[in-house]
Design a protein. Structure first.
Length: 459
């Protein structure tokens, strides 16, 4: 484990705020605990994370289809899924400092009166017994609050997929093994949100339910576990910062016969690093389809029209968090090096994840350079997310792009006006190549598609 080269969370939070990736929500009202807004570059980064997830499932395979289901589902959904009765965390109050803790995570918590000690260890602490606290946000539909109008914001995107299983069997012409994938917001009234966007009350999930013949569940579980690990590594996470942890029998959720977590070495607030869940891959068996069949009275099974064989498919579920994944990519990309005696902060993001693919910069703001640079910018923007910047010294503009992870910078200088060439600067190697302006779109395309390896891996 390489905990010593993990950046601190404070540096990540500060960069995110300074460069407008992510910042506290409702700041003008003093903020609202553990709620964050994504700014310009954060939106682009998270969109790229989601688009890479879609690419791996939809574009590179033909056995997965997409869904965007409603956030508010029929309330019976949560009875059938077990969330109404069992989606709870054990909650403990401290009568002295008035803080609340998760009983199962007391070792992570700090009492308000004695910050150096864990609750329970401190003589001052006066803890209540644990009571179960349901994590679902409840609201009402319709103009009057009456019985039957109570609904819940979904705590996971998965259930929407199970509810649509029958529809997909009828319209998608798919037969097991096949998957239904969905990306969207989920809501949990977490008792202890925190560590930046790691645990929030409102977050985005990327989940797939992969329906398989029961006898194939074990094989597909292994397949998706390996596949999801590969996805993170291919997009630049260093393998020694990732591990797979099978759940112990007593950790398994009520619906699961086997779960493995993809864990990442996340920095902790206040220092150090800890293995924490990035994504879970679960073998959910036939639990959900059987439950929804029982509660809805509908048959949720696959019938092979040729052989007459019928069965309730088993489900393998890779369940990832878009916010957690984006955070892990940011952390792993963070780097500092020395250029001309100055420390440079650089995000060595995989080019496919980088919010901006290329910056177009006139060397000086005169002599026709801005005009030519704008022309180049226009010629690239159809194909790539590019940014034009003419303000300030060129060195400062390079640093700014390095900090947001832009892999390439195109610089227009006095020679560009004479021979219509430009320099192409590489964020990682710092190499500057001069090439014809007309060749830029193809060259950028080639470089952005080329296999990429983090320079941090060769240290
Ligand atoms: N359908 C299964 C399910 O929801 P989960 O482990 O509770 O499983 C899946 O959630 C993923 O969603 C987690 O691995 C994590 O990446 C993300 N996630 C869960 N709770 C979160 C929270 N409060 N804030 C941010 N991300 C969260």
């Amino acid at each position: 484990m390489a905990a010593d080269d993990v950046v601190t969370m404070e540096k990540i939070v500060s960069l995110c705020k300074r460069r407008g990736f992510v910042f506290p929500s409702s700041e003008i009202y003093g903020g609202i605990g553990s709620s964050y807004d994504y700014g310009h570059y954060g939106v682009l980064l998270k969109a790229n994370v989601k688009s890479e997830w879609w690419r791996a499932l939809l574009r590179e395979r033909d056995d997965v289809v997409a869904l965007d289901s409603a956030i508010i589902q029929h309330p019976r959904t949560w009875e059938a899924s077990g969330h109404l009765a069992g989606f709870t965390d054990p909650l403990i109050d401290c009568r002295t400092c008035k803080l609340r803790f998760r009983a199962d995570k007391l070792e992570d918590a700090q009492c308000g009166r004695k910050p150096s000690k864990h609750p329970g260890e401190s003589a001052d602490c006066d803890l209540t017994d644990a009571r179960n606290f349901n994590l679902m946000f409840q609201t009402t539909v319709g103009p009057v609050q009456e019985e039957g109008s109570t609904v819940y914001l979904r705590p996971e995107t998965a259930q929407g997929i199970f509810l649509s299983f029958k529809h997909y069997l009828q319209v998608s012409r798919k037969r097991p093994p096949f998957g239904i994938a969905q990306v969207g917001k989920s809501f949990r009234n977490e008792i202890t949100p925190g560590n930046f966007v790691f645990r929030m009350r409102e977050f985005e999930q990327m989940e797939m339910e992969f329906f398989v013949p029961p006898s194939e569940a074990g094989t597909w579980f292994e397949f998706w576990t390996a596949e999801r690990m590969r996805w993170y590594v291919e997009l630049g996470i260093r393998p020694d910062h990732l591990r797979l942890r099978p759940h112990d029998q007593d950790e398994l959720s009520h619906y699961s016969s086997a779960t493995s977590d993809v864990e990442y070495l996340f920095p902790s607030a206040g220092g150090g690093a800890r293995w924490q869940e990035l994504e879970g891959i679960a073998n959910r068996g036939d639990f959900d389809l059987t439950q929804h069949a029982a509660f809805s009275g509908q048959k949720l099974e696959y019938v092979d029209t040729a052989s007459g064989e019928r069965y309730v498919p088993h489900v393998i579920e890779p369940a990832a968090g878009a916010d957690r994944a984006a955070l892990a990519f940011l952390i792993d990309a963070y780097d500092e090096d020395e250029i001309e005696g100055e420390t440079r902060t650089v995000l060595r993001l995989h080019p496919r994840l980088a919010p901006i693919k290329a910056a177009v910069l006139p060397l000086v703001r005169k002599d026709g350079q801005p005009e030519l640079a704008r022309e180049v910018h226009r010629s690239l923007r159809d194909r790539f997310q590019v940014e034009y910047d003419e303000g300030g010294a060129i060195g400062r503009r390079y640093r700014r792009q390095d900090e947001i992870g832009t892999p390439f910078a195109v610089t227009i200088d006095h020679q560009s006006l004479e021979d219509r060439t430009a320099t192409l600067r590489d964020r990682d190697s710092l190499a500057q190549d001069r090439l014809p302006i007309a060749a830029l779109p193809e060259e950028l395309e080639r470089r952005l598609r080329a296999p990429w390896r983090s320079p941090k891996l060769s240290r």
